[in-house]
Design a protein around this ligand. Structure first.
Ligand code: TRP
Length: 333
């Protein structure tokens, strides 16, 4: 069986939260140990610059995200784990792709359309929109096409970008010959979408997240903050549309879940359920949290892992970009 190349990037703004863990990081780490998969996971630090112009935040986020993946047991023998900015061929490919991308295609990108729609009330439709935001899908296409990824695990909001990568790849192939594989998006199922403290989807933009490696005390405090209805102890409770239950579901084993379903019918108190949820999550994240803290104190080790990943990535990208340059007519005379 031929291996599938699976590639995904994590923008280095902010710290990972429980929703990222359940929906993206955990399945990716499991895949990193699968011999049928050739995983490429990277820190999308150039993407971060589009929305964050605070250098210290970008750097700190890169450190925390890299530490998170390593602490959770990413298999860096099988997976190629690297920082986008350490693979300069990606930027070079971005330009080759920019020159075959229709401006009209970029006009249709949701992120850009959303930004201009928000400006409709004023008199400058492009207010606050930089070219990074506008061309963002091309950089993302370069990330993916550089390694000819077959599958790209992403959130629903990113599906359009993968379709654009396919369009751009087809255009390049049509003009210059078949160099790129057309990638497919892989979207996590709904069960893998965690809800946040306020019951909406857990997301940085709603400010309702629980940091994955919040210290124990803080984790308990945040779980206690999760919104519930006002049913009293001993009143039967409905597990559907219950943030506590759906969060528990993402962590518990099937038999544990059945026991809790029964406890809901029997009228478990919300305070009690929160304790159970805390214990379950804490037990699962505690060992990794300890490794995470050790890693944060040892950035040299993280840096060495990233450098080793960059060497593996560049062995591929340097050879490929040479072919692509020749294909477009950028060559020695
Ligand atoms: N844009 C993605 C996000 O915000 C991150 C990302 C950058 C990415 N490059 C990628 C994801 C390439 C998949 C493949 O979530």
């Amino acid at each position: 069986m031929t291996q599938a190349t699976v590639l995904t990037g994590i923008t280095t703004t902010g710290s990972p939260h429980l929703g990222n863990y359940v929906g993206a990081i955990k399945p990716a780490i499991i895949a990193s140990k699968d011999a049928n998969v050739r995983p490429f996971y990277f820190l999308a630090d150039y993407h971060a610059l589009i929305k964050c112009q605070q250098p210290e935040l970008v750097r700190q986020s890169s450190l925390e995200i890299a530490a998170t993946w390593l602490a959770l047991g990413l298999d860096t023998n099988n997976a190629v784990f690297y920082r986008q900015s350490d693979v300069p061929e990606i930027m070079e490919l971005t330009w080759l792709l920019t020159c075959v991308t229709a401006k009209g295609l970029m006009n249709r990108a949701h992120a850009y359309k959303g930004a201009i729609a928000a400006n409709e009330v004023g008199n400058d439709i492009d207010k606050g929109i930089n070219m990074g935001l506008f061309s963002y899908p091309i950089l993302m296409a370069a990330d993916i096409l550089m390694f000819n990824a077959n599958k790209v695990p992403v959130g629903k909001d990113q599906i359009q970008h993968i379709e654009m990568a396919r369009d751009i790849a087809s255009r390049f192939n049509h003009i210059y010959g078949k160099h790129f594989v057309l990638p497919e998006a892989v979207v996590a199922d709904n069960a893998a979408t965690l809800l946040g403290l306020d019951g909406r989807k857990m997301s940085k933009s709603y400010n309702n997240t629980i940091p994955l490696f919040a210290p124990e005390k803080k984790l308990r405090k945040l779980i206690n903050k999760i919104k519930t209805n006002s049913l009293l102890p001993d009143e039967a409770k409905d597990p559907t549309n219950c943030t506590l239950f759906s969060t528990y579901q993402a962590f518990a084993k099937p038999d544990e879940l059945e026991a809790i379903r029964q406890a809901y019918a029997d009228g478990i108190a919300w305070g009690e359920m929160k304790k159970i949820l805390f214990t379950e999550i804490n037990q699962q994240v505690a060992p990794a949290r300890e490794r995470y803290e050790e890693l944060l104190n040892n950035p040299d080790h993280i840096e060495a892992e990233l450098q080793a990943g960059a060497v593996k990535a560049r062995a591929i990208s340097a050879e490929f970009i040479a072919k692509l340059r020749a294909a477009v007519g950028i060559a020695r005379l």
